[in-house]
Ligand binder design. Structure first.
Ligand code: KIV
Ligand code: NA
Length: 271
């Protein structure tokens, strides 16, 4: 299998029609990437790793170094899906030049194919600057978690007419600036559909609509590994229960001295 390219992903939506929806999941580790790779078109090294891996209460404190380390691991663990790495808060908003310098580090030090950043019209100039200089950009509008301190929480967006119009305008601005795809997160469904119809590049929904051109979920959420999950998460497995059962069984076997057994112990060679 040859690794998918960003232009191939972009071309999935042609003249407003997407016949094969784009499949994206987050991955933070090499082993996780290996398991997800064949099933996905895109692997996202999301800054949600702040909460999911590091126990932070938001993605705001996530650093470029964290994204580089996990991004490189996911590239090493995959060979089919195109890998996209999130730019963390504070590493791109100041200027297109700041964004380019840090995005170039992500591409050079991880081997990823593209970066993702949050924000709409305000980031359009930066998206064009990066795209014109060899860095494919995925946009992210609607509920943008890095802006939690401005938004005041993680509630769905687009319920008022002004908010709804802003989301569609943001998606349009990113598309016009050359983004190859736009994540639409936590938006009332009619607005996710309107944004999908309004732009030429694919939309990737998370708490959006089945009519988006693709979908993304946080892998730990959909595998039942993370305790607090939003409405838009569907649980496809309950790994938390499996891990707890494994740990409990291991603990009782250690305490009973029944682990390790003969299969797990080395004996001297018979001479
Ligand atoms: O960080 C992340 O996991 C994301 C997705 C939820 C889109 O940005
Ligand atoms: Na993110």
């Amino acid at each position: 299998m040859k690794r998918l390219t960003i232009p191939a992903i972009r071309a999935r939506k042609d003249d407003g029609v997407t016949t094969e929806p784009i499949v994206m999941l987050t991955a933070y580790t090499a082993r996780q990437a290996q398991l997800l790779d064949a099933h996905c078109d895109l692997l996202l090294v999301g800054d949600s790793l702040g909460q999911v891996i590091y126990g932070l209460s938001s993605s705001v404190p996530v650093t470029l170094e964290m994204m580089i380390n996990h991004g490189a691991a996911v590239v090493r663990g995959s060979y089919h899906a195109a890998v996209v790495v999130d730019m963390p808060f504070g590493t791109y908003e100041q200027s297109p030049e700041q964004a380019f310098a840090n995005a170039a580090r992500l591409l050079k030090e991880t081997g990823c194919a593209a970066i993702k950043l949050e924000g709409g019209e305000a980031m359009a100039e930066t998206v064009a600057f990066l795209t014109q200089r060899g860095i494919p950009v995925m946009g992210h509008v609607g509920l943008t978690p890095q802006a939690v301190n401005v938004l005041g929480g993680y509630k769905a967006r687009g319920r008022s007419e002004a908010e709804a119009q802003k989301i569609v305008d943001d998606a349009r601005a990113l598309d016009a600036a050359g983004a190859f795809a736009v994540v639409i997160e936590g938006v009332v469904e009619p607005i996710a559909i309107a944004a999908t119809k309004a732009i030429a590049c694919p939309t990737i929904g998370i708490g959006g609509s089945a009519q988006c051109d693709g979908q993304v979920l946080v892998t730990e959420d959909m595998c039942g590994l993370f305790e607090r999950v939003p409405r838009f998460v569907k649980r496809y497995a309950n790994l938390a229960e499996e891990i707890e059962t494994a740990a409990a069984t291991y603990a009782s076997e250690v305490r009973a001295r029944s682990f390790p057994g003969p299969e797990q112990t080395y004996q001297p060679r018979k001479s």
